[in-house]
Design a protein around this ligand. Structure first.
Ligand SMILES: *Cc1c(COP(=O)(O)O)cnc(C)c1O
Length: 412
């Protein structure tokens, strides 16, 4: 079935009252009638016990995400950061190394440098080109980490080539698919990524109203190379032998939810489940508008440079055409310097916020906000210049948006 069909039908549970839609289970614990029933649920892990591990509302969201991204398993967590952390915690042990793309989301870099490094995990940052990645892999590398679309550099890595390389090296390719909009724009698992982590806070939610994240994974033999899946667990079973490819998502659930408690609230699961019903429509419309703005503002005398992967002359165009369903809802404008960016943002009658994927167009000045903690050199390396403005295009009328942009450019 097509994405838009799955988006409204997949994951809908059978309801005893015939409810059309997803009921919210605002419940912490699930009871048992007898000692034997409790014993059975603890022994098998089937059914529900306590909402930190699993609950029916989150389960419906997991089922829907699995269908939309073509995953074997999905685990939803409290935020995108929680998802990234739980996935990495499940794959890495002290002494292991990560090869990560330069220019990752700021807090992901923070996670590597401030949380994982002190736990003994090394990280090397490279351009996510197959040659550079190959040169950085060592015997200790366990994870290759990239984003579907680097932000705000708007570069798209060659996912298929990286997946082939990772497979050959026996290393997990983990893709942060936040910009892939829950599969509406990109489905990295279909290109060979082993694991997807993503923030559902952005396009999946679609209204800037809640936080959420997910870890998705596919069928693979890779986990047989990882010592943590070959050692007996608390039940005395070898995870890889007992669960095959499901040993990884099971570990994410145990570490991320049961032990670290990074659970998604049922109410947020409900809103995200609903957000997914329209994500493909919203992203398609936002991409059309982004393209329209890019075409009309490119070459504007006040715009020094404009980047939009949907434009044929854009450096990301080749990979964007292959991997993305459209040019996407993000574009960047470089106004030349800080002073001009400041005048532009002061004049534009649209919202300025460090978020993405909202129904409203949101603008941000990465140099002074999202990337301000990085050294100047690192900012420039990530494609962040003092004049750069990132635009997450919303659902406003395209002509209204163009008029508002032109009005603000007048003030520059
Ligand atoms: C926002 C974002 C995250 C973090 O997600 P949260 O839901 O805010 O925790 C991770 N990666 C990327 C690319 C993001 O844009």
């Amino acid at each position: 079935m097509e994405y838009t069909t799955l988006a409204v039908l997949a994951g809908l549970p059978e309801d005893p009252h015939g409810a059309v839609g997803l009921p919210i289970y605002a419940v912490a614990a699930y009871g048992f009638k007898t000692l034997e029933e409790g014993q059975e649920r603890f022994a098998t892990g089937e059914g529900y016990v306590y909402a930190r591990q699993k609950d029916p509302t989150a389960k419906a969201l997991e089922e829907r995400l699995k269908a939309l991204e073509g995953a074997l398993e999905a685990v939803v967590l409290a935020s995108g950061q929680a998802a990234t952390f739980a996935a990495l915690l499940s794959l890495l042990r002290p002494g292991d190394e990560v090869v990560a793309a330069k220019g990752l989301f700021g807090q992901t870099i923070g996670l590597f440098n401030q949380v994982l490094a002190p736990m003994g995990v090394g990280v090397r940052y490279v351009d996510p080109e197959p040659e550079a990645v190959r040169g950085a892999l060592t015997e200790r590398t366990r994870v290759l980490f990239v984003e579907t679309v680097a932000n705000p550099a708007l570069l798209v890595p060659d996912l298929e080539a990286l997946a082939t390389l990772a497979e050959e090296a026996g290393v997990a390719l983990v893709v942060d698919n936040t910009f892939g909009a829950a599969g509406a724009l990109c489905r990295p698992l279909a290109w060979g990524a082993h694991v997807v982590v993503e923030s559902l806070t952005k396009w999946a939610s679609g209204h800037g109203s809640v936080l959420g994240g997910a870890v998705l994974s596919r069928e693979t033999e890779l986990w047989r190379n990882y010592p943590q899946f070959l050692q007996p667990d608390l039940k005395g079973q070898i995870p890889w032998e007992a669960l095959r490819a499901r040993c990884f998502p099971e570990r994410v659930r145990t570490l991320g939810l049961s032990l670290c408690g990074m659970a998604l609230s049922p109410f947020n699961a409900y809103l995200l489940f609903q957000g997914l019903e329209t994500v493909a429509l919203r992203v398609a419309r936002m991409s059309e508008t982004a393209r329209f703005l890019a075409e009309r503002l490119q070459g504007h005398p006040k715009v020094k440079a404009l980047r939009y992967p949907g434009l044929p002359e854009d450096p990301a165009h080749r990979n964007a055409r292959k991997y993305l369903a459209s040019g996407g809802p993000i574009l960047t404008l470089d106004l030349g310097d800080l002073e001009r960016a400041s005048r532009f943002l002061g004049a534009i009658r649209l919202l300025k916020a460090a978020n993405l994927g909202d129904a409203r167009t949101l603008l941000v000045h990465p140099w002074t906000t999202t990337h301000s903690r990085l050294k100047e050199e690192a900012r420039l390396q990530a494609g962040v210049t003092p004049g750069l403005v990132r635009v997450s295009v919303g659902l406003e009328d395209p002509l209204d948006l163009l008029a508002l942009f032109e009005e603000a450019l007048e003030a520059v």
